[in-house]
Design a binder for this molecule. Structure first.
Ligand code: NAP
Length: 253
């Protein structure tokens, strides 16, 4: 896989799937901007870990979900990344940061709905709009979706719908930017052991029930997702575009 000398931005790159993806891309030779919102310590720790491993990274602080967030993100990217990408250009954009909505329709609030769509849909739209002049031809955009678009999940109905919107964004955008050799894909993890599934780490019964739904017989790790993102960002992934790729180990097949 050839990704050396490339520059990436991973939103939510400081934790969980985003962190594993950032570390994997950096191991492959990519300079990675690590987006984060609330926890600077986790972002700096990720950058340090990448540097110790011989890679290059910088932390990009911007909280997504409010008016003007996309412009603020790129300002932060330019300020923090000028040593690595003086012209602000990049090759790989991973929309990974997301807000949750662990509730059914009956108790869903307008406030939560607006937050979920602002972070999971609106932010990727406008971050990408501002990214297109910066993204080099032949680059890649990878949207982190969810198996909740395939498996009926009424207990997180707004979250699932937001990821469905992201998949439609993938399909339409892939056609628009295809002539520039830019690929756009969604990847859909199932159950991944990040802080969002911490309850499965300490509860054997719940963990066994969850594993029983996975064809490959275990729960996902962040690295399982990172490897597929790295493939899509690499030259080997150059002929894959406009797709939604399930990476759930065969959840609820
Ligand atoms: P996570 O461990 O909770 O990490 C979330 C990351 O996003 C952190 O770096 C966080 O930074 C950042 N973030 C959160 N809110 C933000 C905001 N408003 N603005 C900017 N950054 C923000 O998440 P994860 O479980 O790895 O999930 C990553 C992605 O995979 C998400 O898109 C999620 O929907 C998807 N996914 C996860 C699973 C799963 O089982 N875990 C399954 C399917 C899909 P701070 O800590 O600084 O806020």
């Amino acid at each position: 896989m050839t990704v050396e000398n490339k520059v990436a931005l991973v939103t939510g790159g400081s934790r969980g799937i985003g962190r594993a993806t950032s570390e994997r891309l950096a191991r492959d030779g990519v300079v990675v901007g690590i987006g984060y919102a609330h926890d600077e310590t986790a972002a700096l720790d990720t950058v340090e870990h990448i540097k110790k491993d011989g890679g290059q990274a910088f932390a990009v602080h911007a909280r997504l979900g409010g008016a003007g967030d996309a412009a603020r993100l790129w300002d932060a990217f330019d300020a923090a990344g000028k040593e690595f990408t003086p012209d602000g250009k990049l090759d790989i954009l991973v929309h990974n940061a997301a807000a949750g909505s662990p509730t059914g329709l009956a108790s869903l609030t307008e406030e939560n709905f607006d937050e979920v769509f602002a972070v999971n849909v609106k932010a990727p739209f406008f971050i990408t709009q501002l990214a297109l002049p910066r993204l080099r031809d032949g680059g890649s955009i990878i949207n982190i979706s969810s198996a909740a678009t395939r498996i009926s999940s009424p207990h997180m109905i707004a979250y699932g719908a937001s990821k469905g919107a992201l998949d439609v964004f993938t399909l339409a955008l892939a056609k628009e930017v295809g002539p520039r050799g830019i690929t756009v894909n969604s990847v859909s993890p199932g159950i991944v052991l990040t802080r969002n599934n911490a309850h499965l780490q300490d509860n054997e019964e719940a963990s066994a029930q969850a594993k029983a739904r996975v064809a490959l017989g275990r729960l996902g790790q962040s690295d399982d997702v990172a490897g597929v993102v790295a493939f899509l960002a690499s030259d080997d992934g150059r002929w894959v575009t406009g797709q939604v790729i399930d990476i759930s180990g065969g959840l609820a097949l």
